[in-house]
Ligand binder design. Structure first.
Ligand SMILES: [Zn+2]
Length: 858
């Protein structure tokens, strides 16, 4: 990987020696479009005078290094990633003046030029260790300091940083200098700069504190100018204000960072980042086309997640990346929790159960899974740890913890934690200590079972009945895979659902709460009663475990039994259960598709509907026996056109099913209908075929070779000449079922360095299309041959997208597994993080093969 690594041991040694005190960082953004001036003046103490240490810096060149007034030769002390310092005194000042490089891959100071108007937009993204691409510093979370940024920028720009402005100086030469107030003590990875002629909406919010005083918080939201017509800043700021009120209520610690700016930025690698006072968001959360309420809920969830970090992560920070989960699990839990308490999305736990947790379960069944508390040896480990375990499993486990110790004890623990460790760094033990205090429970055993072991348990209800269907005995069986055999204590609810003989409606007849522990847990409450139609384990979704259904229950689902369930959480659990049974090859992909198509129309939760449509698409491409695909294609296409026609005009369901028919299109008739939708010959009242839907149609037609030799996409790009339009054009070209189109796409993203990550993602998601297996074959060898160089030469975000997205999954076959194994046994597979990505891709292919076999034999 390009850029220096840093090990945990090195960081611990540096933290033992040094105390960072104050940074003055001067940036000059007027020096052209490839590099900028970066001068860092660091005051720091050293506990062992005479010792040596180093400053981190990733920059093309260093002009000068001065330590305690003495000039050092940059050629001698700078190795491309570190500035080595020796003969340190008790108190030191080092000044490092460098030319740093703008990023095109979203790591460091990213520079974007808007094709619509030529405007330049800059923003930073640092986690875990890219602030050293902006300025020289001690890049580790436990060397907190105060940072004062001074930025010289073109006069027509505005500049933002974590803190409020101290002074704006009008310069000569059409440039201004913005000096910001020093920050509170914070870690390097959450420092931030945003600059450019952004469109900004400013407001303020007053929070009433517990002592009766008022705290005024200036708030703002910004986006690049060409997206301003689509920018619903008022809605964004409403959620922001609701969050500020809510967190002050439950955390009882005043917001510590003054102002709260939200910048929506282009070509962003992730969802958002919790820089104190200046949160950055992916601008895809500003919608150019009609989208469903699931998108708005998702965005609100992200706003709440980042805001929770202001306390958990920014105010109190993990000592090293081992405890990344401390902040991410908590923020992920809080994202959903805050939605249910402080916004109109009171059912947010349903989408959490069906969407967010699916991510956790998937990751936790990979061969590379790890305990929530991870062993992070160095920065490469850290970078790959922003995964489904750290976020979604961690949050699921905290939800179980809140059920275990009670919500009050859980929140009181958080309050004590903030007060005890404000502006400091912590480890897991610090959190467990306050929770033990507030709950009176032994947190060590809990932590051992849930945080320090990997893997997911499966819960199955075993119900014995007599000839009349009366229960004679019932129990819950807990199991685990041999690789991760831990069985855990679970606090769960069991829902018993049966249809009412009088009305035919399915009703909850009984809900039993109990603790499950060990392999078998008796369920005596059912004895002597008629067997319920459905015994739903983990009803209410309190714990983290997979559940199984009986053949009779699945038969009932296929007759509409999921749609008949009265409660959206119960349905979400049923949906998740059949998804896991399909992925685990204990139920056929055909049956999954049949159950979804039978029940989806009645599903009211739109985020669940959209998740199901994605899953159907995945099952169709990966988990069906190829011989069964044509029949499934026909069933999917027929049913989705039906439900689209029946969806209420202008509803979210209509939008979701609109995208559903596009994704699920097959057969001449299906493609002909898509063309008619595009041209306007076919219409559905209330459904606007707007820009995003048009691109989705064009990309599908391109993949099917029905796009008039590429003319459709070229013509669309001429009318939508935006950053989005250009990306869609390249994706549509990559989708075309032609050897030449594939060769060009490969050259663009694999053979050309420094492409924006969202372009790589868009191209690779179209590169391998269902049905395009033959075209993928020539890229199996180039893929494995390219891995070592991609890993050595690209930025991590770039490399990760190519390694995972470029894996030739549609060729899922024993041959592909054998080829992957040969690579894994080679010298090229030595880098642990690269190896991890390839192992995970291989596991997806192996799982698909098992599912296909199940589908073949079902
Ligand atoms: Zn986070």
């Amino acid at each position: 990987m390009t850029g220096g690594n840093l090990t945990r041991d090195e960081a611990a040694e540096r933290a033992r020696l040094l105390t960072a005190e104050h940074y003055a960082v001067e940036l000059d953004l007027t020096r052209g479009d490839t590099t900028f001036g970066s001068k860092s003046t660091i005051a720091f103490a050293c506990s062992e005078p005479g010792a040596s240490s180093f400053v981190d810096l990733l920059a093309p060149s260093v002009r000068s290094v001065t330590l305690n007034g003495e000039a050092l030769d940059p050629a001698e002390v700078f190795d491309g990633a570190r500035v080595h310092l020796s003969g340190l005194r008790a108190e030191n000042v080092v000044v490092i003046d460098a030319a740093a490089a703008y990023s095109r891959t979203g790591e460091g100071l990213h520079r974007f030029v808007d094709p619509v108007d030529g405007e330049v937009y800059l923003y930073t993204q640092f986690e875990p260790a890219d602030s050293r691409r902006l300025f020289a510093n001690f890049e580790q979370p436990d060397l907190k300091a105060r940072f004062q940024f001074t930025v010289t920028a073109p006069a027509r720009w505005r500049v933002w940083s974590n803190e409020t402005l101290e002074e704006l100086t009008q310069g000569t030469d059409d440039a201004n200098t913005w000096r910001f107030n020093p920050t509170e003590p914070i870690s390097t990875y959450i420092t931030a700069i945003v600059a450019g002629d952004y469109h900004v909406v400013e407001d303020q919010h007053t929070v009433r504190l517990k002592d009766g005083s008022d705290l005024l918080i200036p708030v703002s939201a910004m986006v690049r100018k060409s997206l301003a017509p689509y920018f619903d800043a008022a809605a964004i700021l409403d959620v922001t204000k609701a969050g500020l009120d809510f967190y002050h209520e439950i955390f009882d610690y005043p917001y510590p960072f003054g102002k709260y700016d939200s910048a929506f930025v282009p070509e962003y690698n992730l969802g958002a980042m919790e820089n104190p006072g200046l949160v950055t968001f992916n601008e895809r959360m500003v919608y150019r086309s009609k989208t469903t309420d699931a998108s708005y809920q998702g965005r609100a969830n992200t706003i709440m997640h980042e805001m929770a970090h202001m306390w958990f992560g920014d105010l109190v920070t993990m000592k090293w990346w081992d405890d990344l989960w401390l902040k991410e699990s908590f923020a992920d839990f809080m994202g959903a929790f805050a939605l249910t308490r402080a916004t109109r999305w009171q059912h947010a736990w349903v989408s959490f159960a069906n969407g967010r947790k699916a991510w956790a379960y998937r990751q936790d069944q990979l061969p590379t899974t790890h305990p929530i508390v991870a062993d992070i040896r160095d920065l490469e480990d850290a970078r790959l740890n922003f995964d489904g375990i750290t976020y979604a499993k961690g949050a699921s486990v905290l939800k179980q913890l809140a059920a275990y110790v009670g919500e009050d004890a859980f929140l009181e623990g958080a309050r004590r934690y903030f007060k005890a460790h404000a502006f400091g760094n912590t480890t897991l033990g610090d959190l467990l200590a306050v929770l033990e205090e507030t709950s009176g429970r032994d947190m060590k055993a809990w932590s051992k079972a849930w945080l320090q072991t990997a893997g997911v348990n499966t819960l199955t209800a075993e119900v014995d009945t007599d000839a009349n269907g009366v229960v004679t005995g019932a129990r819950i069986r807990q199991s685990a895979v041999p690789e991760f055999p831990t069985l855990r204590p679970h606090r769960i609810a069991v829902g018993c659902y049966s249809s009412n003989p009088a009305t035919g409606a399915v009703e909850l007849t009984e809900r039993i709460e109990l603790d499950v522990d060990g392999e078998l847990t008796d369920l005596p409450q059912l004895a002597g009663k008629s067997r319920p139609g459905l015994v739903l384990l983990n009803d209410q979704d309190l714990t983290y475990a997979k559940i199984r259904f009986t053949a009779a229950e699945l038969d009932a689902f296929e007759r509409g039994g999921i749609a008949a369930l009265p409660d959206s959480m119960a349905r979400a659990l049923a949906w998740s259960g059949i998804w896991h049974m399909t992925r685990d090859a204990v139920m056929s992909g055909r049956r999954f598709i049949a159950i979804v198509l039978r029940n989806i129309e009645a599903e009211t939760d739109i985020s669940v509907v959209q998740n199901l449509l994605r899953q159907v698409h995945q099952v169709r491409g990966e988990y069906l026996d190829p011989a069964n695909r044509p029949a499934a294609d026909l069933a999917i296409s027929t049913r989705l056109w039906e439900v689209l026609s029946a969806a209420p005009a202008g509803s979210d369901h209509q939008v979701a099913f609109g995208y559903g028919v596009v994704r699920g299109a097959s057969q001449d008739s299906g493609f002909a209908k898509l063309r008619a939708l595009l041209s306007g010959e076919l219409t559905f009242p209330g459904l606007t075929v707007d820009q995003d839907l048009r691109w989705a149609i064009i990309e599908t037609l391109a993949a099917a070779g029905r796009d008039d030799d590429g003319v459709l996409a070229e013509r669309e790009a001429a009318t939508d000449d935006t950053a989005d339009g250009r990306r869609h054009l390249v994706a549509a070209r990559a989708a075309r079922p032609l050897a030449q189109a594939k060769a060009e796409a490969w050259r663009l993203v694999v053979a050309t360095p420094d492409q924006p990550n969202d372009l790589i993602g868009a191209v690779l998601s179209e590169f391998y299309q269902v049905g395009g297996e033959k075209l993928a074959e020539p890229y199996v060898e180039p893929y494995f041959e390219a891995l070592a160089a991609v890993w050595a030469e690209r930025s991590i975000q770039n490399a990760e997208r190519i390694v995972s997205g470029g894996y030739p999954w549609p060729l899922t076959s024993p041959d592909l597994l054998a080829r992957t194994d040969a690579w894994l046994a080679s010298d090229a597979a030595k880098a642990p993080a690269l190896r991890r990505l390839v192992l995970e891709a291989r596991d997806g292919a192996a799982r698909a093969l098992r599912a296909q076999e199940c589908d073949r034999n079902a």
